[in-house]
Design a protein around this ligand. Sequence first.
Ligand SMILES: [Cu+2]
Length: 69
Amino acid sequence: METVTMNVKGMTCGGCVASVTRVLKAVPGVDAVDVRLNPGQATVRYDAAKVAVPSLKAAIEGAGYDVTT
Ligand SMILES: [Cu+2]
């Protein structure tokens, strides 16, 4: 398993945290997700054989947030 922490911009409340958590957990190969509001960060543990960071970023962006690593 690999772990990455991404900076997520645009989350303003617990609902945003729940949304980002949900879309990340829906990505095949994602094992564990920890999303924090302050600072806006998402830490994801994932199987590098099944998924890569660009797909994780795309999932967050698809939910309407900006991501930098
Ligand atoms: Cu919100």
